[in-house]
Design a protein around this ligand. Structure first.
Ligand SMILES: Nc1ncnc2c1ncn2[C@@H]1O[C@H](COP(=O)(O)OP(=O)(O)OP(=O)(O)O)[C@@H](O)[C@H]1O
Ligand SMILES: O=C(O)[C@H](O)[C@@H](O)[C@H](O)[C@H](O)CO
Length: 470
């Protein structure tokens, strides 16, 4: 048995083939960049058709190299919170609003949830521009009077590729419209969203399995008989792929964006664990919740410095960074993309301070990376506030896989906690596979988790190493 894992990320779309234990098979990876359109007004959108096209190209590439042979399960780690308006035939009526889009505003004159604390406990979210309770009325105003339904990016894609389009419990929880205990749409959140029956995707049952539509099965015959599992929210998948699926370990993931989260068992219908007021909560699956805080600045900060300043690359960058101690970069505010909920700072809230004639692009990068470490440290403390003991922290994601300096800065910011690191940058894909095959017990499929102070040890195997340039 082989597993095809799709990673529907923000800066790229990837398809990877994994073995039965959810270990990536060497060389079986196809990747296409995704092009987020960023506007000065807070726009951050993706073109749905172009994104689907990029995924189709990834699968064509894997099929061409016969990597899809023997695949019988397809899983996906997909970005949470995105939304695209669709016409009744499933065609996009506009671009996909991503998590980074800060334009939606709460409508004037509308009273929010009757009991904001209870709303937060039930949905794990707030009445905030980030969630569908605010995004759908804003989008509806823009698409005009015709018939419309709403889907996330992955529901649009599955709707095009598969014989039946549904929304997984994990993806639905990222909308902010799901009651996390009953696993049904929350009536008050849906009323705030102004959503009518039939305008939201159907929720996938625990046993749901999708199949490729005939035209795509002809294109990729190796996938004709494969079952497609309900997609997992990328944050949830990243925790599981980092080996963090119980209260002992929190995952810090730095991909395009960043987050710190804790997975806990909470079967459907059971009472949920306590939720600190500054943290969100979503679902991994029918049996687990994930609680945490996220930041819009992550690997995109590195991408910005690289694009806008003369940042050295590869070993030259590593050597220049080695001269900057942790907390030695310029004082910085990394909120270039604005606040994530519950914060309200708009896009463009980043800041650099203490610049001098000797300041280099590397000092600026270090300051921005350190600023994120400090935000994450506050998040870890909030997560620990509901637990009896402090957590072990596992770092993962493409950006920390590529940057030893960032890993060491996290270890300093999170001390005295034990900080470990997953070398494999494909934690989302691995995690989505582990969730789909029900192996949330750590027995198999996880890349070796190493201590950050063992990072540069000569024991790293080729497949352990980051696949991104430094
Ligand atoms: N040397 C480096 N130092 C810091 N960040 C880096 C480095 N090299 C790459 N990155 C960043 O890593 C990010 C890519 O990570 P990853 O592939 O996990 O993201 P993604 O899956 O697209 O994002 P997300 O999961 O948030 O949607 C990019 O934002 C890139 O700028
Ligand atoms: O846990 C997380 O990582 C966040 O909650 C998500 O908001 C992701 O950042 C988003 O899906 C973009 O990838």
């Amino acid at each position: 048995m082989r597993i095809l894992a799709l990673d529907l990320g923000t800066s790229s779309v990837r398809g990877l083939v994994l073995d039965t234990a959810a270990r990536p098979l060497p060389g079986a990876l196809a990747r296409r960049p995704a092009d987020v359109k960023i506007g000065d007004d807070g726009e951050a959108t993706l073109d749905a058709r172009a994104y689907l096209g990029a995924l189709v190209e990834c699968l064509d590439e894997l099929a061409e190299a016969n990597h899809l042979d023997g695949v019988d399960l397809v899983v996906a780690s997909a970005q949470w919170h995105s939304v695209v308006p669709l016409d009744p035939g499933g065609a996009p009526l506009g671009p996909v609003l991503t998590w980074l889009d800060t334009r939606p505003v709460v409508p004037a004159g509308v009273r929010g949830p009757a009991d904001a604390d209870d709303f937060h406990r039930r949905t794990g979210t707030w009445w905030h521009r980030f969630y569908w309770s605010v995004r759908l009325p804003w989008l509806r105003d823009r698409v005009g009077a015709g018939q419309v339904r709403f889907a996330g990016l992955v529901e649009y894609i599955y709707g095009m590729l598969l014989d039946e389009g549904v929304m997984s419990i994990s993806q639905a929880s990222g909308t902010g419209l799901l009651d996390l205990r009953t696993l049904d749409w929350d009536p008050e959140a849906c009323a705030l969203a102004g959503v009518r029956p039939g305008e939201l995707p159907a929720l996938a049952s625990r046993a749901w399995v999708g199949r490729l539509r005939d035209d795509f099965a002809r294109r990729w015959p190796a996938l004709r008989a494969a079952g497609w599992a309900p997609p997992c929210g990328d944050g949830a998948a990243s925790n599981v792929g980092s080996g963090c699926f119980d209260s002992r370990r929190a995952a810090v993931t730095v991909g395009t964006s960043a987050a710190v989260r804790l997975v806990q068992r909470a079967p459907a219908g059971a009472e949920l664990p306590p939720l600190p007021e500054e943290l969100w909560r979503y679902r991994v699956d029918h049996d687990h919740v994930v609680t945490g805080t996220a930041f819009s600045g992550g690997g995109n900060l590195y991408a910005w410095v690289r694009r806008e300043m003369r940042l050295p690359e590869g070993p030259e960058l590593d050597q220049a960074l080695a001269r900057v101690p942790s907390r030695g970069g310029v004082p910085a505010d990394s909120r270039f993309g604005g606040d994530r909920p519950p914060g309200l700072a708009p896009a463009g809230s980043g800041m650099l301070a203490g610049l001098g004639f000797n300041t280099t692009s590397v000092d600026i990068l270090a300051g921005l990376m350190d600023a994120l470490c400090a935000q994450v440290a506050v998040g870890v403390a909030a997560i620990e506030s509901t637990l009896d003991e402090s957590v072990q922290v596992v770092l993962g994601g493409g950006a920390v896989a590529a940057s030893g300096w960032w890993r060491r800065a996290f270890a300093v910011a999170l001390a005295p906690r034990e900080v470990r690191h997953v070398r494999n940058p494909e934690i989302g894909a691995v995690g989505a596979a582990l969730v789909a095959i029900g192996r949330l017990n750590g027995a198999t499929g996880l890349e070796r988790i190493v201590r950050t102070d063992e990072d540069e040890s000569a024991t790293a195997t080729r497949s352990d190493r980051p696949q991104y340039p430094s």
